[in-house]
Design a protein around this ligand. Structure first.
Ligand SMILES: NC(=O)c1ccc[n+]([C@@H]2O[C@H](COP(=O)([O-])OP(=O)(O)OC[C@H]3O[C@@H](n4cnc5c(N)ncnc54)[C@H](O)[C@@H]3O)[C@@H](O)[C@H]2O)c1
Length: 435
């Protein structure tokens, strides 16, 4: 997709020409003083980036985007929790002012900000991303880009309609060794591959039971809840542990599992499946968790299967890795995991496929500077499919039946229960924007 095919947002006050002019001056239009590059060099381009959600991953965004080169500066951070904002400010360079906001809409209102990254809980991802696109921003959105199937479709339509760069936070797509391993499959060197197994295998400790309490002082808890139902605060429905509640998170399939599912799907060269069969539950936890600790999912395609296995109670290496993917071909197998990428051909010793580490954030900024979404390594048009596979796995697990999936309508022709989980009720004032 290029910009000649896409529309500009009606809300956008950034035309490409105006953006580049401002980038070239190095002077922010509002809100910031001039940004001086190291050595006083005149920049050709200087992207002003904001991080929305400054928890664990948001602080990693702060480090990544402020460390990728002089053409990108983190000029604003946003979080509903003042403590999280303070922690984010501590990891940022101190050589220019950084705007601090509680409400992400103030970030989207600011025309001096070109790009945003979203590292909030999952239930906010699509809403903020689509509103940002409508405000003329390019977006780096953490995985999973959507909290349900309807949202994923909305986000990809918004990105296409307005021609924005929208990068999905599945950063393995920028890893050269993984790219080389996928190319190995594409070149047919493993023969025909009929199955890939995505393994999410690790120890995640129980979270116990947390009583209702007041939110921490200064926190805007209502804004944290956003589209989700209004419920009393508990420490477990809060930073990080929200992953394990369906109102905010997507379980560990949408959390860590999505990285393996994305690589498996990429290597198999497939999109949405014809059916999903899933089972899962809590064989280990006896606490506030709603999401499973054990899960098996089979996604069926015309010529292959994608399997997902999850055990959150095993703290030992298994099948060569903890989180990883195995591709099974006629000529041997390929492992892609945290230890690297290894090919084992029949009767041969494993051989490593290597490559340089590359920055996913850098790839995003390069695509933005080129104003060319086709340069993204994890464009949302790919990312949302992998996110949907995780939703399919979770829906199958929750409704406990083999589900046919209509890939055109993004619905289940035979299950109303499953269709109900394709979207959610949005709390008043927090509905999704229309396109
Ligand atoms: N790509 C990766 O490898 C990777 C790694 C870790 C986390 N993540 C993703 O990053 C996201 C954040 O995860 P985390 O572990 O940092 O969670 P976290 O709970 O530590 O941080 C989330 C932050 O978002 C803030 N927040 C909530 N609603 C907000 C709103 N409306 N506006 C602004 N801030 C808001 C919270 O106060 C919190 O500080 C998740 O979606 C997660 O899946 C990705």
């Amino acid at each position: 997709m290029n910009n000649t095919q896409s529309e500009r947002s009606p809300y956008s006050i950034w035309s490409r020409r105006r953006m580049l002019t401002t980038l070239g001056t190095g002077i922010a239009m509002t809100g910031f003083g001039p940004l001086i590059l190291p050595g006083g060099a005149s920049p050709n381009a200087q992207i002003r980036h904001a991080v929305i959600g400054s928890g664990r991953q948001g602080r990693s965004h702060c480090k990544q985007f402020s460390g990728i080169g002089p053409d990108c500066r983190v000029v604003a951070i946003c979080d509903v929790d003042p403590d999280q904002r303070r922690l984010a400010l501590e990891v940022l360079p101190r050589d220019f002012p950084v705007e601090e906001q509680e409400d992400y809409r103030r970030i989207l209102d600011n025309p001096a900000i070109h790009t945003i990254s979203i590292a909030t809980p999952d239930h906010w991802h699509t809403k903020i991303a689509v509103e940002a696109i409508l405000a003329g921003k390019h977006v780096y959105v953490e995985k999973p880009c959507c909290h349900n199937i309807f949202e994923g479709n909305l986000l990809v339509r918004a990105a296409n309609k307005y021609g924005k760069c929208v990068q999905h936070g599945t950063q393995n797509r920028s890893s050269e060794s993984v790219r080389n391993a996928i190319q190995f499959l594409r070149d047919g060197k493993l023969g025909k591959v009929r199955m890939a197994k995505a393994i999410n295998h690790q120890l995640r400790e129980p979270i116990g039971r947390a009583p209702e309490s007041d939110p921490p002082p200064g926190v805007n808890y209502d804004l944290w809840l956003g589209p989700a139902p209004k419920v009393a605060f508990t420490r477990n429905r809060w930073h990080y542990n929200w992953h394990w509640f369906w109102d905010y998170g997507t379980g560990d399939m949408g959390n860590d599992g999505i990285h393996q599912v994305d690589i498996a799907r990429w290597g198999l060269g497939v999109g949405l499946p014809d059916t999903v069969t899933a089972a899962g539950g809590q064989l280990f936890y006896n606490d506030d968790h709603e999401t499973p600790d054990t899960q098996v999912v089979t996604l069926e395609y015309e010529h292959c299967y994608l399997l997902y296995e999850m055990r959150l109670w095993t703290d030992y290496p298994l099948e060569g890795h903890d989180n990883g993917v195995v591709f099974y071909g006629d000529l041997g197998k390929l492992d892609i995991g945290r230890k690297g990428c290894f090919v084992t051909l029949i009767d041969k010793q494993p051989e490593q496929i290597s490559g340089q580490d590359a920055s996913h954030a850098r790839n995003f900024i390069d695509a933005v500077i080129a104003d060319d979404p086709s340069k993204l390594t994890a464009p949302i048009s790919e990312g949302y499919i992998s996110a949907i596979l995780c939703h399919l796995g979770n829906i199958g697990t929750r409704v406990k039946q083999r589900l046919l999936f209509d890939k055109e309508r993004l619905q289940f022709p035979q299950s109303d229960d499953a269709n109900r989980l394709c979207s959610r009720d949005y709390r008043d004032g927090y509905q999704l924007p229309a396109l």
